[in-house]
Design a protein around this ligand. Structure first.
Ligand SMILES: *[C@@H]1O[C@H](CO)[C@@H](O)[C@H](O)[C@H]1NC(C)=O
Ligand SMILES: *[C@@H]1O[C@H](CO)[C@@H](O)[C@H](O)[C@H]1NC(C)=O
Ligand SMILES: *[C@@H]1O[C@H](CO)[C@@H](O)[C@H](O)[C@H]1NC(C)=O
Ligand SMILES: *[C@@H]1O[C@H](CO)[C@@H](O)[C@H](O)[C@H]1NC(C)=O
Length: 377
């Protein structure tokens, strides 16, 4: 009888080795039963491009903390740009001469380690495919990072589904990594590599005035200008909410407006704050909350407060809180860095490796673009 009980009980215990899994999903017990597409995920724009001592406080850095630290603090969407450099796939911001955050596969390896260490969490990766990597090229990077077994596969790569699984289902299935690529010729050989704009739509991102954040869909062009068209396409709403500088816009140079970020990312308060904008967008979208909110310097605001409000989360667990970094304590004094950082681009241009956005020259005390190409960091 005793032996029989053991045989019966053992498989049950093994089937759910971590009962802790049912306690919280993405930092809250209330989110486990919610659909991936119906909650709001906090996104770190340009996640690997960090403004800290490792980059000499580069003005091309859009975050003060690295990707694992972002995830520890509650970020669940990380975005980056993939560029080709020396026949390798790197994460670079605009140009590898400006800010090179290393190999894509290394960064994905960091995310794999984080997922291993955090078994109740669902993470989304969105990569801008700057040099048109193929699905096969990208898959090689994901394989190198040994992260493909975590990757969620949609039922179809050709259109957005009417609904997404709950976080708990994704966690139970071990499919806790969602991957979007902008843009990608998809391949049935790599069914987890989704073309972003087949599954997601976005509001405008190139905003230089805090009074100009907009809830009107912009991309893809098939839904541009119409919230009802965007919503009925079943694509997930991604709300861009980061502010670019305006002081060098006549030169075509835009970099993150860090001096205003405590307002931009705030739950309420001054013009362009995140909380009011999210409320405005939710109502413009027939009550649909943004699936993703993408911000610069995510720890400021703090942006997570607006995300918790949208998710009705009052009892977040398992997040680390961050201290003010050295770079962010000098938020407003990055203007000299703009010119310092553009020297690298100019030197590269002079050496014949022309940066993608054009050659940069010194004009009347400022770096300007000869070819008239702009730069948005
Ligand atoms: C790859 O990841 C799987 C699942 O997390 C793990 O079991 C396996 O040991 C990893 N392989 C290598 C070579 O690290
Ligand atoms: C405000 O946004 C609109 C539409 O995105 C754009 O055409 C306009 O130039 C923007 N104005 C300012 C001052 O940023
Ligand atoms: C940042 O935004 C604030 C508010 O609009 C503005 O006063 C400031 O000049 C902007 N900074 C830059 C560098 O454009
Ligand atoms: C939060 O509550 C609001 C208002 O009841 C509801 O519309 C929304 O769907 C809820 N969101 C989540 C993620 O529970």
């Amino acid at each position: 009888m005793r032996a029989f009980s053991l045989l019966v009980l053992l498989p049950v215990a093994l089937a759910n080795p971590l009962n802790v899994r049912s306690t919280a999903c993405n930092n809250s017990p209330d989110l486990c039963s919610k659909s991936y597409g119906e909650i709001t995920h906090l996104g770190a724009h340009d996640s690997p491009f960090v403004r800290d001592s490792t980059t000499s406080d580069s003005v091309a850095g859009d975050q003060y903390y690295d990707t694992p630290t972002q995830l520890d603090a509650g970020v669940r969407l990380v975005t980056g740009q993939v560029h080709q450099s020396n026949s390798q796939w790197h994460l670079c911001h605009t140009s590898c001469d400006l800010l090179d955050a290393g190999l894509l596969s290394s960064w994905l390896g960091d995310i794999k380690t984080w997922l291993d260490d955090n078994p109740n969490e669902v993470v989304t990766v969105l990569l801008v495919n700057s040099d048109s990597a193929s699905a096969s090229d990208l898959n090689t990077e994901f394989e190198t990072a040994n992260i493909t077994s975590y990757a969620y596969e949609p039922t179809s790569l050709d259109s957005a589904p009417t609904s997404w699984p709950t976080l708990q289902t994704m966690i139970n299935d071990g499919k806790r990594l969602v991957v979007f690529i902008a843009s990608l010729t998809t391949s049935s050989s790599y069914p987890y590599l989704m073309d972003e704009f087949t599954f997601v739509w976005e509001n405008p991102y190139n905003v230089i005035s805090p009074s100009n954040f907009s809830c009107v869909p912009q991309r893809p062009s098939s839904v541009s200008g119409s919230a009802s068209t965007a919503l009925s396409s079943n694509r997930l709403p991604l709300m861009n909410h980061f502010l670019y500088s305006s002081d060098l816009s006549s030169l075509g140079i835009e970099y993150p407006n860090a001096s205003y970020v405590s307002t931009t990312n705030a739950p309420s308060g001054g013009v362009g704050n995140l909380g009011s904008t999210a409320t405005k967008c939710k109502s413009a979208w027939d009550g649909r909350q943004p699936t993703f909110i993408l911000v610069d310097f995510f720890n400021r605001g703090p942006a997570i407060e607006t995300v918790d409000n949208l998710n009705n989360v009052t009892n977040a667990v398992g997040r680390t809180s961050l201290t003010t970094s050295a770079a962010e304590s000098s938020d407003g004094s990055t203007i000299s860095n703009v010119f310092k950082d553009l020297v690298g681009l100019a030197e590269a241009a002079a050496a014949g490796s022309t940066p993608t956005m054009g050659n940069w020259i010194w004009v009347g005390g400022n770096w300007g673009s000869v070819l008239g190409g702009g730069i948005s960091l």
